[in-house]
Design a protein around this ligand. Structure first.
Ligand code: ATP
Ligand code: MG
Length: 394
């Protein structure tokens, strides 16, 4: 059977003249992902992208799964194709969806006809196919208002297609169409979600993790690598930058007043992230901060943290409730890894009474005993780069 995927583009359809470029990028992202699964032909026609297997045994289940994680598609149909003939369409609908139809409580047929030269109107074809299928499955009533199963027919330029209801795509815009950002990736629940949300807006990500070995363990790093791998299923291949953070944290512990530990540490994270951004042409820094969640996430603390930056900080979770963040983490598949119980550097040397409403000049005074420039330089020199890719990519 001629099994194919029909992928419907989302927002990029609205982009006027840029549309071709967006579409090329989207197809490139899709092709790269599918290349790891098998040989597929990917082409576009009439705002739809088609995926057809080009070899026997190309794994359409895997392709269908992978397509659901590519930003830029709103709907994904797994369909079968046939010639544009009403009886061929009936035969195909029966073969392809007969089992589902036999199990359905009711059904209807819905036709979309973008090839206007087809001799029947959409309504006529729906009625014809519906009637033929009713004869073959008399126990399943037609219900045009609230059917259990909808059989979709599309009459397009190249062929006729039959499919059941589409599944939702990942939405958003193709990765790479909206610039690059550095994303701060801890092992927690929040930052994989904030990374995913910004990637979904078409942003290519450079994940950065601050690692305080031996205060944080090797497993903590592996957990972040695993989170990066899960994100790569959506974003494509990325390079995770693991920044050695131990010396900075020890210096802070030894030379700064305790109530400012977290704030000073966060300013170092920002300075290092900024340098990585500038070195890689990235235009923003992404964090999983959430207003009021912890002492370092008050407005004053965020202001003191961001005072060392000249880049925007994108905080897509800032106004969300924890419950919403958790449900998104579950949906994208990062939650179970995030809750593995390994320490993050943020929980090393945490002050008993952190400052929640710091004044910028107080924080500056608190870090005045440190050689900030030298510490940042040293951390940058020690970066370990780990390529993370989707499991399917070898
Ligand atoms: P998360 O669940 O993402 O760890 P959180 O609610 O625990 O977030 P914090 O620990 O205060 O919040 O960290 C705020 C943000 O700072 C994180 O969302 C993340 O973007 C960044 N961050 C924290 N720790 C690290 C780290 N070790 N490496 C990289 N980024 C980090
Ligand atoms: Mg954390």
């Amino acid at each position: 059977m001629n099994d194919i995927l029909l992928l419907k583009q989302g927002e990029i359809v609205l982009k006027g003249l840029n549309r071709r470029i967006f579409e090329q990028r989207l197809m490139g992202n899709l092709r790269r992902r599918l290349a790891r699964i098998g040989r597929f032909k990917v082409y576009s026609a009439q705002s739809t992208i088609y995926v057809e297997p080009e070899e026997d045994g190309a794994d359409m289940d895997a392709a269908f799964e992978a397509a659901q994680k590519i930003f830029g598609f709103v709907k994904i149909n797994r369909a079968a194709a046939c010639e544009k003939d009403k009886d061929a369409i009936v035969a195909l609908a029966d073969r392809y969806l007969g089992e589902e139809l036999a199990a359905a409580k009711s059904f209807k047929v819905e036709t979309k006809r973008s090839d206007k030269s087809f001799p029947m109107t959409s309504i006529q074809l729906s009625q014809y196919v519906g009637g033929e299928l009713s004869d073959r499955y008399p126990q399943v009533p037609v219900d045009v208002h609230d059917p259990d199963l909808t059989i979709h027919i599309e009459i397009r330029d190249l062929a006729a297609y039959v499919h059941a209801s589409p599944v939702k795509g990942a939405g958003g815009m193709p990765v790479g169409s909206n610039g690059t950002a550095v994303t701060l990736l801890s092992g927690g629940i929040d930052s994989p979600v904030s990374s995913w949300m910004i990637a979904r807006r078409g942003v290519r990500l450079i994940p950065v993790h601050f690692f305080s070995f031996p205060y944080t363990s090797q497993q903590a790093k592996e957990k972040v690598v695993e989170l990066g791998r899960i994100l790569a299923e959506y974003c494509g291949k990325m390079t995770l930058e693991v920044v050695p953070f131990t010396h900075i944290q020890e210096e802070i512990r030894d030379k700064c007043p305790e109530e400012y530990f977290t704030l000073v540490m966060r300013r170092f994270m920002m300075r290092i992230a900024r340098r990585i951004a500038l070195d890689n042409g990235a235009g923003a820094i992404v964090t999983g901060e959430n207003l009021g969640q912890v002492a370092s996430q008050t407005m004053e603390a965020m202001a003191a943290t961001q005072a060392v930056l000249d880049l925007p900080v994108l905080q897509p979770l800032v106004g969300m409730d924890k419950e919403e963040i958790v449900s998104l983490a579950r949906k994208i598949g990062t939650f179970d890894t995030s809750i593995l119980p390994y320490e993050d550097c943020c929980t090393v040397f945490t002050p008993k009474h952190p400052r929640t409403r710091p004044k910028p000049e107080e924080v500056e005074a608190a870090e005045s005993a440190l050689d900030v420039e030298a510490l940042v330089e040293e951390a940058l020199q020690g970066i370990e780069r780990i390529v993370v890719r989707d499991e399917q990519e070898l």
